[in-house]
Design a binder for this molecule. Sequence first.
Ligand code: NIG
Ligand code: FE
Length: 400
Amino acid sequence: MTGRRSRLVTGIGELVTCAGPDGGIAPDDLAAPADERLGIVPDAALVVADGRVAWVGRAVDAPAADERLDVGGRAVVPGFVDSHSHLVYAGDRAAEFTARMAGTPYDGGGIGVSVAATRAASDDELRALLAARVAEARALGTTTLEVKSGYGLTVEDEARSLRLAREVTDETTFLGAHVVPPELREDRAAYLDLVTGPMLEACAPHARWVDVFCEPNSPHAFTEAEARRVLDAGRAAGLGLRVHGNQLGPGPGARLAVELGAASVDHCTFLDDADVEALAGAAATTVATLLPGVEFSTRMPYVDARRLLDAGASVALASDCNPGTCNTASMAFVLALAVREMRMTAAEALVAATVGGARALRRTDVGRVAVGCRADLAVLEAPSYLHLAYRPGMPLARAL
Ligand code: NIG
Ligand code: FE
């Protein structure tokens, strides 16, 4: 929806702004209850000009525009902001998923299978796989997508992954510290030197963020001290910080993310009271990003989001779409899990999947339908956003 001409989108049965009814709730206003933040406008319209929202209100009050699109009474919500995905990879791990469903636990070891396949793929193969995955996400209503590297794990393959990711999004994350690659399993120190040295140098120009799989419960991932080193080096190279933490068991990830002022700590499956308190205290800085598709696909316990929300933490929902622990980009599915399994209201879940994801990416121009924001919208094959959780698995949302 870019271009110089203005376009009136009308016939919106229910517009959810995620910015309050008059666009007045700021993205960083954590005190606003989700119901108020939704800012539902019935029988609404909006005007888009130059890719931005130029006007929002009741259809009866709509100004004239060059073009007109009638969405026939459907609901419109902000496009989903999926702040966590791993889409640059080749190969298939359906067998690993199947074994897991038969009882084999997840420990991060399967990442090596994707690494081997990714290294063996040509640029064009990887580019085509990535493009198809981004198209799937858009077709499911996602309009902002963070994409991580992490299946290359050599200087060249990580830099290539990020170059390709940059072709599809500005939200690129260097995840060289995903696991220690097989060839350096006996020499972790050498891999840490690489990730914080030449690999970081080659990748930083193509990345906005640095991330680390901080997980002492996995022999493949990184300890607190190693994660700190990776994040310190990433910050020194000008990157913002993100952390995979507390996925497989209790651990230091959440507290480390808070201490270092990371934008987000993702997973948060195993949090103790001190972690929750730390995240609540850091709500203005560090978002707890929950990834229930992972719990679904690994048979781990769902996070009690209510505990985080009631404590005052800032919460986002994201897909973590990846070949190992969650191979779906459907934010509608994620939202349905959050409502069914994590004690989030439908309003809280939609806020977490839009403006929550924007906060996790430190973006104020997406995740809301308000004047000046990007005109990133999802139209629902439904009269209300409530259908997203009410009709799970149905193809309701698509990017407009
Ligand atoms: O977010 N936790 C580490 N990384 C991914 C899984 C990657 C994989 O298994 O391929 C995750 O769950
Ligand atoms: Fe992940």
